[in-house]
Design a protein around this ligand. Structure first.
Ligand code: MRU
Length: 368
């Protein structure tokens, strides 16, 4: 873990806010973006579980942090040994793929379990607060290492904008600050580097169109939205300098599980000679998984594919049907990018090759 606290993300929005009285957490409702900025107070563990499952909060680091807070809220109402298991199980069942969720819950349980029930909630809050602060520091460190990469590209571009392609949302909205894949971009902007971000829309939940584009607009960073499949063609035309994405789980050998559509971008990047980097905070590493096929891939409701959500002409939220009634749909939320297609992993400990020995050398304390 980084030892020094990170500078606070200067963004005007926060995906997750902890309250001093510890009676609730406040989350930004990501289902309403980009149309409405609405914050909601969540006061108990079942509400936090529902918020994660329904993707009101989403993104691997954020769901880990929110789950830790949900665990603390749960222990405030009941903290005997049965409750310790029950709250853990309720939160762990919300989303299966991002390992940060289980990592955070296991971390809280490990420190809380030896305590007497009367003190468990308070101890859980201390740990949840540490997870939130560490996430922000980790992401800022990822940003510093990624900035080196972007600076090298900027030198080659002689003042022309550095053209970054990203997929899904690995921004501040997916974390407790700075984002992972976006942290180098935000630091590059602070350094005055000209930037141009290609944002792939990320069907079906549209995290690119709705969330990444919104974050970039909020921060005044030049960006253009793309249909998901357009990225490969832009790479072929030489219009992308680097692909930067996040990750939901990375295996011991450096295979990257991330939002569906990531693998196709990595294949195109390799074919076109474009560097492909995944930003990976250490809680996203899963050294217990050797074979990426063992990662549970979330399969979400077909309805998310069959009906597109948005604002209608009156400005009301609506869901428009786009397929013949009765057509089945398969909504796989994540895919697997083999390490051989990954140019490097951006971690808080630097830029690391997507290889078992490199990861083990960088994070020896995480080996079993
Ligand atoms: O389904 P989501 O929106 O939670 O998926 C998010 C992603 O796939 C992100 O790329 C990943 O969690 C990294 S976020 C820093």
């Amino acid at each position: 873990m980084p030892t020094s606290p990170a500078p606070a993300d200067p963004a005007s929005y926060r995906a997750l806010e902890l309250l001093p009285g510890r009676e609730a957490i406040v989350v930004l409702d990501q289902r309403r973006l980009p149309h409405e900025v609405r914050y909601e107070r969540l006061c108990d563990c079942p509400s936090v579980a529902e918020s994660i499952a329904d993707m009101q909060v989403r993104g691997a680091p954020l769901i880990g942090a929110a789950a830790a807070c949900g665990y603390a809220l749960g222990l405030q109402s009941r903290a005997d040994d049965a409750a310790l298991d029950r709250w853990h199980a309720l939160l762990a069942a919300t989303r299966p793929t991002a390992v940060n969720l289980r990592w955070a819950l296991d971390r809280v349980r490990a420190v809380v379990a030896p305590c007497p029930p009367a003190t468990r909630a308070e101890r859980a809050w201390v740990e949840a607060e540490a997870i939130v602060a560490e996430d922000c520091a980790i992401n800022h460190a990822i940003g510093r290492h990624g900035l080196d990469l972007l600076e090298a590209i900027a030198r080659r571009r002689h003042g022309a904008p550095v053209r970054i392609l990203t997929h899904c949302n690995a921004g501040a909205l997916a974390t407790c600050g700075w984002g992972t894949a976006t942290a180098p971009i935000f630091l590059a902007q602070q350094a005055g580097m000209p930037l141009h971000v290609w944002v792939s829309e990320t069907r079906p939940r549209l995290q690119g169109a709705a969330l990444t584009a919104w974050e970039l607009r909020e921060r005044d960073i030049a960006h253009v939205l793309l249909a998901d499949d357009a990225g490969a063609f832009l790479m072929q035309r030489g219009e992308v300098d680097i692909v930067l994405v996040g990750a939901d789980r990375v295996t011991a050998g450096g295979d990257v599980c991330n939002k569906i559509g990531t693998y196709a971008k990595a294949v195109a990047a390799r074919d076109c000679g474009v560097p492909f980097y995944a930003a990976v905070p250490s809680p996203t590493l899963d050294f217990s998984i050797e074979d990426a096929n063992a990662i549970p891939i979330e399969s979400r409701s077909a309805d998310e594919l069959l009906r597109v959500a948005g604002l209608d002409a009156d400005g009301s939220f609506t869901r428009a049907s786009i397929a013949p009634p009765g057509s089945p749909a398969l909504n796989l939320a994540f895919d697997l990018t083999p390490s051989r297609l990954v140019t490097g992993l951006l971690t808080e400990r630097g830029r690391i090759d997507a290889r078992r020995d490199a990861l083990a050398a960088a994070f020896p304390e995480r080996l079993g």
